[in-house]
Design a protein around this ligand. Structure first.
Ligand SMILES: Cc1cc2nc3c(=O)[nH]c(=O)nc-3n(C[C@H](O)[C@H](O)[C@H](O)COP(=O)(O)O)c2cc1C
Length: 207
């Protein structure tokens, strides 16, 4: 399965890298913005799988690290219909949703993003992109346009995929800053390393 994602990765990452270079990546030299109100939005599937052994999904753990460093509010995107416990079944469902450009429903109330200056938006990479349920969130939150947006992902080879491009396209008035990604395996096996990577990325961004 890993080899497979690596091939997908080469295609997606080369494409994303070229595109992101073309859209002028944000410099890290920005004034500190600690007084900004921050929201961390994330979707993470793996929670509760592996026989319930994994208490927190990979992306959820990265969201926690960001929250702890920035003192942000958080919002977890929970799909109305849970994804299958089986990894393979989930890849099939996810691919179908992507092919259909679906917008799976979100459970519960959405946050009021107008209160925030910066919104981090995280998810696992599914088929090179944000899961479609994250796209549901983006479609419903037109108030994100004009906010500072920062993508983060976990992956097994595809990095940030096309997440930055998706945000830039959907929210042209927003400043989309340099994102963060880690592999799910590193989050699982070496969370302290990921935490310190998150902290130095946020230091560079001024958070
Ligand atoms: C449906 C599905 C599709 C995936 N597609 C990709 C992909 O295109 N590229 C990649 O690097 N990893 C892919 N992965 C691996 C996940 O991005 C990775 O395991 C992630 O850390 C899971 O995060 P979570 O625990 O927050 O759900 C996929 C996983 C699933 C379940």
């Amino acid at each position: 399965m890993k080899k497979f994602w690596s091939i997908i990765t080469v295609i997606v990452t080369v494409f994303a890298a070229v595109a992101s270079f073309a859209v002028n990546p944000n410099s890290s030299a920005q004034a500190a913005s600690n007084n900004k109100k921050v929201l961390v939005v994330y979707f993470s599937r793996t929670q509760g799988v592996y026989g319930g052994r994994l208490k927190r999904g990979n992306t959820a753990r990265v969201a926690d690290f960001i929250q702890q460093k920035t003192n942000a509010d958080t919002y977890e995107i929970v799909p109305k219909k849970a994804y299958p416990k089986s990894y393979d079944r989930t890849t099939q469902v996810a691919q179908r949703e992507q092919n259909q450009n679906a917008r799976p429903a979100i459970k519960g109330k959405l946050p009021d993003v107008s209160k925030y200056d910066t919104v981090f938006i995280g998810g696992p990479i599914w088929w090179g992109e944000y899961p479609m349920v994250v796209r549901t969130f983006l479609d419903k939150e037109s108030g994100l346009n004009g906010k500072t947006l920062i993508p983060f992902t976990t992956n097994e080879g595809s990095g940030l995929g096309n997440t930055r491009q998706v945000l830039k396209k959907q929210f042209p008035k927003s400043k989309v800053r340099q994102g963060f990604t880690a592999t799910g395996n590193t989050v699982k096996n070496n969370p302290n390393r990921v935490r310190s990577q998150v902290n130095s990325w946020l230091d560079d961004l001024g958070y």
